[in-house]
Design a protein around this ligand. Structure first.
Ligand SMILES: CC(C)(COP(=O)(O)OP(=O)(O)OC[C@H]1O[C@@H](n2cnc3c(N)ncnc32)[C@H](O)[C@@H]1OP(=O)(O)O)[C@@H](O)C(=O)NCCC(=O)NCCS
Length: 179
């Protein structure tokens, strides 16, 4: 089973296993904002409790299942919650996802943390493909993936639903780092 580090740091960020008691700060930082979730597979939360439940389930993943690893991201300098990054292993492949609060966009922070995690994952002997997808209308995310060392592979048509936008399946850009 893949055993990623529970904590890591980059130049400006610390990444740590989210604790249930982090849910209120995460809610306020990114998870309650429909502009942030516009192109995501989940809708903005309107209460803290379901987010606490999500963090509880991820704790179980860290401790038992190994199905879905997540890290809460904070600014090293202030300890302010910035966002979340996660990965889902599947055989020799790992899928990544990430989200930052709006006020942290445009500073290179997503690139910084994604680059670190992609490099760590692809260095593991059992991992051959590290990949992610984003909505075709979310070019900032595709750019982040490229800057983090992934290569644009193409478009998966009618691949994911963005519940904030509506129920239809939407086209996605796929990027990957392979070895
Ligand atoms: C997408 C997201 C993670 C980007 O985070 P970020 O920290 O602002 O990203 P960075 O600053 O590292 O890099 C953004 C890059 O996208 C580019 N960019 C921004 N808006 C863009 C647009 N509309 N079209 C094309 N490129 C764009 C920036 O210019 C920058 O590239 P550059 O360094 O070559 O100039 C952040 O906006 C976010 O959390 N959005 C909501 C959640 C989300 O969409 N997550 C991804 C799901 S797949």
């Amino acid at each position: 089973m893949l055993r990623p580090p529970e904590t890591f740091t980059t130049n400006r960020l610390t990444a740590q296993r989210p604790r249930v008691e982090d849910a209120a700060a995460a809610f306020a930082a990114y998870a309650n904002d429909p502009e942030v979730t516009r192109y995501l597979s989940w809708k903005a939360y309107d209460r803290v409790e379901p987010l606490a439940d999500f963090f509880r389930a991820r704790q179980e993943d860290w401790e038992k299942t190994g199905l879905h690893f997540t890290w809460l991201l904070r600014l090293r300098e202030t300890q302010e919650v910035v966002g979340l990054i996660g990965c889902i292993p599947d055989g020799g492949k790992v899928t990544l996802g990430y989200v930052l609060g709006k006020k942290f966009w445009g500073r290179g922070l997503a690139t910084e943390v994604l680059r670190h995690l992609v490099a760590w994952l692809i260095a593991q002997p059992e991992i051959f493909r590290v990949w992610a997808y984003c909505d075709v209308e979310n070019p900032a995310s595709a750019r982040v993936m490229e800057k983090a060392g992934m290569t644009r592979e193409g478009i998966l048509r009618r691949w994911h639903v963005c519940p904030t936008i509506g129920p239809s399946l939407r086209d996605c850009t796929v990027c990957a780092r392979v070895k």
